[in-house]
Ligand binder design. Structure first.
Ligand SMILES: [Zn+2]
Length: 59
Protein backbone atom coordinates (compact mmCIF):
# COMPACT_ATOMS: atom_id res chain seq x y z
CA UNK A 1 0.00 0.00 0.00
CA UNK A 2 1.90 3.01 -1.13
CA UNK A 3 -0.79 5.64 -1.41
CA UNK A 4 -4.38 6.48 -0.61
CA UNK A 5 -4.91 8.36 -3.80
CA UNK A 6 -8.23 7.55 -5.38
CA UNK A 7 -9.57 8.25 -8.83
CA UNK A 8 -13.05 9.23 -10.01
CA UNK A 9 -14.77 6.06 -11.22
CA UNK A 10 -16.62 8.03 -13.90
CA UNK A 11 -13.75 10.14 -15.16
CA UNK A 12 -13.93 8.67 -18.65
CA UNK A 13 -17.44 10.06 -19.00
CA UNK A 14 -17.11 13.18 -16.88
CA UNK A 15 -13.57 14.42 -17.37
CA UNK A 16 -10.93 14.64 -20.04
CA UNK A 17 -8.40 12.88 -17.85
CA UNK A 18 -8.34 10.90 -14.60
CA UNK A 19 -9.61 13.01 -11.73
CA UNK A 20 -7.61 12.10 -8.65
CA UNK A 21 -8.82 12.81 -5.16
CA UNK A 22 -8.23 11.80 -1.57
CA UNK A 23 -11.94 11.73 -0.75
CA UNK A 24 -14.47 9.00 -1.37
CA UNK A 25 -16.42 11.02 -3.89
CA UNK A 26 -15.22 13.08 -6.81
CA UNK A 27 -15.17 16.76 -5.87
CA UNK A 28 -16.08 17.68 -9.44
CA UNK A 29 -18.91 15.31 -10.42
CA UNK A 30 -19.82 13.57 -7.16
CA UNK A 31 -19.25 10.05 -8.50
CA UNK A 32 -17.71 7.55 -6.12
CA UNK A 33 -13.95 7.27 -6.37
CA UNK A 34 -12.04 4.03 -6.52
CA UNK A 35 -8.59 3.03 -5.42
CA UNK A 36 -6.10 4.10 -8.04
CA UNK A 37 -3.50 1.47 -7.16
CA UNK A 38 -3.58 -0.15 -10.61
CA UNK A 39 -3.70 3.30 -12.14
CA UNK A 40 -4.71 3.46 -15.80
CA UNK A 41 -2.25 6.29 -16.23
CA UNK A 42 0.72 7.21 -14.12
CA UNK A 43 0.35 10.91 -13.30
CA UNK A 44 4.09 11.01 -12.73
CA UNK A 45 4.81 9.55 -16.15
CA UNK A 46 6.77 12.30 -17.93
CA UNK A 47 5.93 10.84 -21.33
CA UNK A 48 2.25 10.18 -20.71
CA UNK A 49 1.13 13.47 -22.16
CA UNK A 50 3.28 13.01 -25.24
CA UNK A 51 2.18 9.42 -25.76
CA UNK A 52 -1.49 10.32 -25.51
CA UNK A 53 -1.01 13.21 -27.92
CA UNK A 54 0.61 10.84 -30.42
CA UNK A 55 -2.23 8.38 -30.07
CA UNK A 56 -4.73 11.13 -30.70
CA UNK A 57 -2.86 12.33 -33.79
CA UNK A 58 -2.70 8.84 -35.29
CA UNK A 59 -6.39 8.27 -34.96
ZN1 LIG B 1 -15.56 12.94 -11.37
Amino acid sequence: MKSDIRVCSAWRDQHDRPRYSLSETCPDCGAPTENSAPAPFDPEDPYGEYRRALKRRNR
